[in-house]
Design a protein around this ligand. Structure first.
Ligand SMILES: *Cc1c(COP(=O)(O)O)cnc(C)c1O
Length: 401
């Protein structure tokens, strides 16, 4: 929202809203109230992974709307059983807990890690390790888990029990176990923090240390999960088997949903009365989740994502070779960061003027999150526009000389 609008709006001013009123979406595109059409390479922040209003999800949710919306977790919800089964059948995990958002999924992970230590006679293990530039949510506890000073500012005292270490740093491996650690929580590619992938050799060593000391390895796949990185879950590409994984964003194709999936041994730490959620696992969200996974698990879907990713990353690398405004290309699958030499904000505005929506991340990073269903033509359009902007930028810089 522009500053003037922010002052007159009845909505609290918690987001710097772009001056765009989006009223409709289909596939890779959204339309503003003035009918202007935009190629949406934000996917509602890695949420509309199948594009906007994907048909199978739309049909199944419409059918479910005619049957039942809510009945509480005091009853057996068939779609919830099915979605849990589908998640465990397609991962290294054994049990699922459903909630409504990413932060809520991480809250569940943080709670179960504390309980797990106590259940295993490790009363003194109360700390959870997280990493610099991480993002785990905005609730009191997930904000404390997020190791970014700017997110903590003004909100002290923070929930205690988190220890922050630097990502990919071999030196921190020696201090993971200090006798007080119950879990490590991390993103395998930091999303908000700047599209920073974890080093494979490092995370494998981290996993070994965790196993040695009965420390839980918990991956926050809220942004990387649901095929965003070209495999159903990112951990598959890192050669690790985490104990806990949290999901949200892409799982419901835009219908609010969250999930924590865990290994059998961890699951035993939650029993009736230890955790819950009124809306978690409701029939509408579960139906959206099922239809989303059904689509992604179709033969060829993931291979297609990887093929598009390879094309996009190599095309971006070609641009990087020709234009000095691009410093680095990072990311996996279709979670891609382009590190620029200057503030990403002005680039994002320039893309918008050319009818393409992209995001920022960390500092100076353009974050590109195409729908996983984006077409080759759309990808080509994106690269063509990026090149035009880079050329315009160079000629502008030459004018200055
Ligand atoms: C978006 C995000 C969250 C928070 O999810 P909400 O649904 O906004 O609570 C947590 N972790 C990661 C990695 C995210 O990208």
């Amino acid at each position: 929202m522009s500053e003037a609008l922010a002052e007159t709006s009845a909505i609290m001013n918690t987001y710097n809203r772009f001056p765009l009123k989006i009223v409709r979406g289909k596939g890779s595109y959204v339309w503003a109230d003035n009918d202007a059409k935009y190629l949406d390479y934000t996917s509602g922040i890695a949420t509309c992974n199948l594009g906007h209003v994907p048909e199978l999800v739309q049909t199944k949710v419409k059918d479910q709307l005619d049957l039942l919306w809510h009945c509480s977790n005091l009853y057996d919800i068939p779609a919830q059983q099915e979605l849990a089964q589908l998640l465990v059948d397609n991962s290294c995990f054994d049990k699922a807990f459903f909630c409504n958002s990413g932060a809520e999924a991480n809250e569940a992970a943080i709670k179960i890690a504390k309980k797990y230590a106590k259940d295993h006679g490790n009363e003194e293990r109360v700390e959870i390790i997280t990493f610099t530039d991480s993002f785990h949510g905005r609730t009191g506890t997930t904000m404390a888990a997020t190791a970014q000073a700017k997110i903590h500012q003004g909100f002290t005292p923070l929930t205690p029990g988190f220890r922050y270490l630097s990502l990919n740093n071999p030196d921190v491996l020696e201090i993971i176990d200090n006798g007080k650690t119950t879990a490590v929580l991390l993103e395998l590619v930091q999303g908000e923090g700047g599209v920073n992938p974890v080093d494979i050799a490092w995370i494998k060593q981290l996993e070994t240390i965790c196993k040695q000391h009965d420390i839980l390895l918990m991956v926050d796949e809220i942004q990387t999960g649901i095929a965003r990185t070209g495999s159903l879950f990112a951990y598959e590409q890192f050669g690790i088997e985490p104990d806990v994984m949290t999901l949200a964003k892409g799982l419901g194709s835009g219908i609010a949903i969250g999930a924590m999936v865990v290994k059998e041994t961890v699951a035993a730490s939650f029993q009736p009365g230890t955790h819950g959620s009124t809306f978690g696992g409701n029939p509408i969200a579960m139906t959206a989740g099922l239809a989303t996974l059904e689509t992604i698990l179709e033969a060829g879907f993931l291979a297609n994502v990887r093929r598009k990713s390879e094309w996009l990353i190599s095309s971006l690398k070609k641009l990087q070779m020709s234009y000095s405004s691009i410093e680095e290309i990072r990311g996996i699958g279709l979670l891609i960061g382009v590190q620029m030499t200057e503030d990403a904000g002005s680039w994002i505005a320039k893309f918008r003027e050319k009818g393409i929506l992209v995001l920022s991340a960390g500092s100076n990073v353009i974050r590109i999150l195409p729908p996983l269903t984006t077409t080759n033509e759309e990808l080509e359009q994106f690269i063509t526009v990026f090149q035009e902007l880079l050329i315009e930028n160079e000629s502008k810089n030459e004018d200055k000389l």
